[in-house]
Design a protein. Structure first.
Length: 335
């Protein structure tokens, strides 16, 4: 199929820390599967990352590391457009237009804003509040059909859909209305320490998350320390949330069904389960970790990817923005 006939995907990850197993199983793993059928735009969203304080040098380093992780996870740079969000100015420009069409009440209802604003009372900036509008701009600029994300992004995606519909009602035929795509069992990978919370790179307890770029021994130790329960039987049940999360992860990395995994551990304890599960996680991450280390030594190659990516992204984004500007009554600049 030519690129013109393919449906379009957009998704992004913030370069605000190291990628976790949650990012991988919730988003990146879907991308690797979808990249063959769709025309994909994947972005390191550094403009979103600065809604919380960042050290400039660290932000630069993490942006490159994130790109290396995308590729190490199997995102093919020859098949997809991979770029740094701030390289395509249209994101900031469409963000502004959409801000003028978004209601304060809509943004006030965003649960992620409520959570984040509690954590950063000292830096309660307007960017944190309008964050979901920039995300809508990311998505709508590319006339995106499908957005593969974890389910913590559902509410943001709903806003992108509402804004597309609102804009189209006023100016018909402007935006494609995007659909979310969520993996079945790993749309929300939970913390290994508090399984009622999502696994997050910003957790103060390092045992709560698994990083793609940590060493295998650390991963095994964290899994062995993962909180379970006193039932002592390997069941897949909401009453055993810690175990349920581990089974979901096990299933995602081995592609075995949940039922198969439960049957494998009938009559066995958590020790045997955790040992083999940890081994499976480490084995599935081994090639990613090796490729990541190799890629980091090849900066020129990475620079080539994001440079070409921005050039390609800009073409599609520019087309949408010109249409938007024309429709809302901005006179095109004469050169
Ligand atoms: P971010 O950087 O927090 O996370 C990147 C992706 O990882 C998913 N994810 C998870 N999935 C399952 N379980 C978890 N514990 C888990 N933690 C994170 C997220 O759902 C996400 O898919 N706002 C976005 C970035 C963004 C974006 C976009 C995404 C900006 N513009 C446009 C899609 C389209 C974010 O903060 O992701």
């Amino acid at each position: 199929m030519s690129d013109q006939e393919k449906k379009v995907i957009f998704s992004g990850v913030q370069p605000s820390g190291k990628m976790t197993l949650g990012n991988y199983l919730g988003a990146l793993k879907s991308w690797t599967k979808l990249q063959h059928e769709f025309e994909c735009y994947f972005s390191m969203v550094n403009m979103h990352a600065i809604t919380v304080p960042q050290d400039p040098e660290v932000l630069k380093r993490q942006t490159i590391e994130l790109l290396a992780q995308f590729i190490a996870c199997g995102i093919d740079p020859d098949l997809n457009t991979i770029f740094i969000q701030s390289h395509v100015r249209e994101h900031a420009e469409l963000n502004w237009v959409l801000c003028t069409m978004t209601y304060m009440g809509e943004l006030n209802r965003m649960t992620q804003y409520k959570d984040k604003s509690k954590k950063s009372e000292a830096n309660l900036n307007a960017g944190l509040f309008t964050y979901p509008v920039l995300m809508a701009a990311d998505i709508l600029l590319y006339q995106t059909d499908v957005v593969p994300v974890g389910d913590d992004q559902k509410q943001h995606l709903e806003l992108a859909r509402d804004l597309a519909i609102r804009f189209n009602n006023k100016y018909p035929g402007t935006f494609v209305v995007p659909e979310g795509y969520y993996p079945k069992e790993t749309a929300r990978v939970m913390s290994l320490q508090e399984p009622e919370k999502k696994m997050s790179k910003s957790d103060s307890n390092e045992n709560a998350f698994i990083l793609l770029a940590e060493d295998s021994d650390t991963t095994v130790k964290k899994i062995k320390k993962a909180v379970t329960d006193s039932v002592g039987v390997v069941n897949y049940s909401d009453d055993q949330p810690g175990l349920k999360n581990l089974i979901n992860i096990y299933s995602a990395v081995t592609e075995k069904s949940v039922e198969e995994i439960v049957a494998m551990y009938a009559g066995k304890g958590y020790g045997a389960f955790k040992g083999e599960m940890a081994e499976a996680v480490v084995e599935s991450l081994r090639p990613i970790r090796e490729k990541y280390a190799y890629l980091l030594e090849n900066r020129d190659y990475l620079e080539g990817i994001y440079t070409r990516g921005a050039e390609k992204a800009e073409i599609r984004a520019g087309k949408t923005l010109r249409d938007v500007y024309e429709k809302i009554g901005f006179i095109p600049r004469k050169f």
